[in-house]
Ligand binder design. Structure first.
Ligand code: GP9
Ligand code: MN
Length: 712
């Protein structure tokens, strides 16, 4: 015994020992087992190191331990159906495929706190290029360790360090092995279903699928879901829409007479503050305000500022925020609704609503038009113009860009050129992007101290937010000079978190707390929502609400009747509004209770409460969970079934014909030129063709060194 121990404690001997065992009987079986163990080991290790699956209790611990094994066996058993060196290569390939999937998910999860979905992969062409940029910043050399065994295995096969099994195993053995994998998977599923009922049907949270069933099972589940989405459109019928409308009608609220129509007919500026969280408002670093200009705007007597307003995005991030803001429809449980359905579906969106009331509508963004499928989706939304990167002079200059697109100061300055040409009244949505993960800035654009949490991806956040704040101030002072301030309504909103939940230590430091609770994380989902207009009754409004409520709230202020629109949000200004916030994963917040990451809290005090001990909570939880299921389910039905195509009898709204829209630069410019004569209501027309651009003051250093930066 001691002799054996001595022998195997020497690595050379150990290898010899393993090799001897593998060589003696059915070497391919040993090779198969070795691969199963390797795939299992690395998946299990990465579950712990890279994912935040929320595993609780011994059943879940056990399933997490077990769940990489079944698919490893099933996939790798395919190698057993072959003989000779082919079977070895097949085993290595199946190990590799599973490792690539694991690796890709590790990186994706690190930033997005979610797993890759077929929806996201399907939208690869539009998101791929930009995702690539972020990935470079989050990758760590240790991530590549998931491939190290494969390199060694290839070496062993290529350099004939293994005795190749030319006989192979009997077919029966191979079949039994595959069957064993399948049975193991069913056992896993059986145990999982008793621990969590409705695991696959409700699919609120992808973490659940992975912690119970495994990463590969999640891939299959997701692929099936994607297929079902195509099918559900085919199945949908007009009566489905009638049912949805019936529900929506039950939650329509009376408008607020104090606000209703007070801003009717004014221009609307929708200013999208990228990754901007509410905590930044009035936040200070080294005694200095991060966003002094936005703070001033927030506290202005003509700004209605909501301080309990939450982002409700899912995987679609910015695009989900846009989906809610423009349509009062939720994003989807997986993937981006704009990417998957933006091209094909019928919508009743804000640009179309305003367009049918005499507005000119335009979206502005300093990234490529295809990102989040905006170039197609905006047509379905009814935007007359989409000024994407292609419209901006020198937009591809390296120092004009950072991260996902043009720097905000340059982007906004150059947008003025088109703003002044828009016939009034207009609806202009400006989507900023510099305050985006990984919060990089060129040295010359930094004018604010970074925070010192030690977390590299967090500490730049206040710097890019500060940059955005300055860019915003420059735009506003131009608009005042251009005479667009008093006759416009300004809506500002943050689209989603900037700092993901994976940075809890840093969050704790930013908030000055020892430890972060799930309630803190829920509060951290707050984003700004402000409505400003000269003469508007402002103030800080503590009403609880979320992005889904933006459209009905704005329609109230603009005096647009909502008799029959299919909107899932509610008017936050209505006296009947009660403040129900539903997150995309089914969690929720009300003014009294919060459910977040499977825990309950008293919303006011932040104290954790349990269902058992609180009768009132039981009632609220039951109601809210039913409400969340209903509202998310109906919203999904509208999108996945393309139900609005059946809405042909809505007297308030005419369905959009996408063919009437064209965002090619030549077309857009020609159309603006034509409008100058046919509808001379733009700032430029009123100024007798003289541009107001010289009124735009920016301190962007890039523009100072360029004397020839104007469009040529
Ligand atoms: C890119 C921008 C970023 O065009 O809108 O989207 P996000 O990554 O925040 O969803
Ligand atoms: Mn975003």
């Amino acid at each position: 015994m001691i002799g054996l121990l001595k022998r195997i404690s020497n690595p050379k001997n150990l290898w010899r020992q393993i090799k001897r065992t593998m060589d003696t009987s059915a070497p391919i079986v040993w090779f198969f087992i070795l691969n199963v163990v390797l795939v299992w080991l690395k998946t299990y290790a990465e579950y712990h190191m890279n994912f935040n699956l929320g595993v609780e209790g011994s059943t879940q611990q056990f399933l997490l331990f077990l769940n990489p094994i079944p698919t490893a066996i099933i996939f790798l058993s395919i190698s057993l159906y072959f003989r000779g060196v082919t079977s070895y290569w097949l085993a290595i390939i199946f190990n590799l495929i599973q490792s690539i999937w694991l690796f890709a998910n590790m990186l994706y999860y690190r930033e997005f706190s979610d797993f890759l979905s077929m929806g996201i992969l399907g939208s690869g062409s539009s998101t791929g290029t930009n995702l690539g940029k972020s990935i470079a910043a989050i990758i760590h050399w240790t991530d590549y360790l998931v491939f190290i065994d494969i390199v060694i295995l290839i070496f062993l096969v290529v350099f004939k360090q293994l005795t190749i099994d030319h006989k192979g195993v009997q077919k029966k053995f191979a079949i039994l092995t595959t069957l064993f994998g399948i049975i193991l998977m069913l056992v896993d599923y059986g145990i999982a279903s008793t621990d969590r009922s409705g695991l696959l049907t409700r699919s609120f949270d992808n973490n659940y699928i992975v912690k119970y069933l495994g990463l590969n099972e999640y891939a299959v589940f997701n692929a099936v879901q994607t297929y079902n989405q195509t099918e559900s459109r085919k199945r949908a019928k007009p009566s489905d829409l009638a049912k949805v409308k019936k529900f929506v009608a039950t939650q329509k609220l009376p408008a607020n007479i104090q606000y209703y129509g007070t801003q009717k007919g004014k221009n609307v500026f929708m200013i999208h503050l990228e990754s901007f969280q509410q905590f930044l408002i009035d936040y200070k670093v080294d005694g200095q305000e991060v966003t002094p200009n936005l703070n001033k705007f927030y506290h202005d007597q003509n700004t209605l500022s909501f301080d309990n307003f939450y982002n409700q995005v899912g995987q679609g991030k910015t695009s989900d925020a846009e989906m809610m803001q423009e349509n009062s429809l939720y994003g989807l449980a997986t993937g981006s609704a704009m990417v998957k359905y933006g091209t094909s579906n019928t919508f009743e969106s804000l640009p179309a609503i305003l367009g049918q009331r005499g507005y000119t509508t335009a979206a502005f963004h300093g990234d490529v038009a295809s990102f989040w499928n905006r170039d197609n989706t905006y047509k379905s939304f009814g935007y007359n113009y989409f000024f994407s990167k292609a419209y901006y002079a020198n937009a591809n200059k390296a120092n004009y860009n950072i991260g996902y697109g043009m720097k905000d100061k340059i982007f906004l300055r150059d947008s003025a050129k088109y703003i002044e040409q828009l016939p009034q009244p207009f609806y202009a949505k400006l989507i900023t992007v510099t305050n985006h993960y990984p919060y990089d800035l060129d040295k010359q654009n930094i004018s604010f101290p970074a925070t010192k949490t030690g977390d590299k991806t967090v500490d730049g956040y206040v710097q890019t937010a500060h940059y955005l704040d300055q860019a915003f101030a420059e735009l506003m002072s131009y608009l005042k000079k251009a005479g667009l301030y008093d006759n416009s309504v300004f809506v500002l909103y943050g689209d989603h978190y900037g700092i993901s939940e994976n940075h809890q230590d840093a969050i704790a430091q930013l908030l000055g707390k020892d430890k972060i609770t799930n309630n803190d994380l829920a509060t951290f989902q707050k984003v700004p929502f402000m409505i400003h207009a000269t003469g508007l009754k402002g103030g800080i409004d503590h009403t609880y609400g979320g992005e889904i409520d933006m459209l009905p709230t704005l329609m109230d202020v603009l005096g647009i009747p909502d008799n029959n629109m299919t909107m899932f949000g509610q008017d936050m200004l209505s006296s009947k509004y009660d403040g129900k916030v539903v997150f995309r994963d089914g969690d929720w917040i009300t003014p009294t209770y919060t459910k977040y990451n499977n825990q309950y809290f008293n919303t006011k005090t932040g104290d954790q409460v349990t269902l058992k001990s609180d009768k009132k909570l039981q009632k609220v939880a039951k109601q809210m969970s039913a409400y969340a299921t209903k509202v998310l389910g109906y919203s999904d039905a509208v999108i996945t079934g393309d139900l609005l195509r059946f809405d042909t009898s809505n007297s308030d709204f005419n369905l959009i014909n996408k063919k009437n829209y064209n965002y090619k630069k030549t077309e857009g410019l020609a159309s603006l030129k034509k409008a100058l004569k046919s509808n001379p209501s733009s700032v430029l027309a009123k100024n007798k063709g003289k541009s107001t651009l010289s009124d735009y003051v920016t301190d962007a250093p890039e523009l100072k060194t360029d004397s020839d930066d104007d469009d040529k």
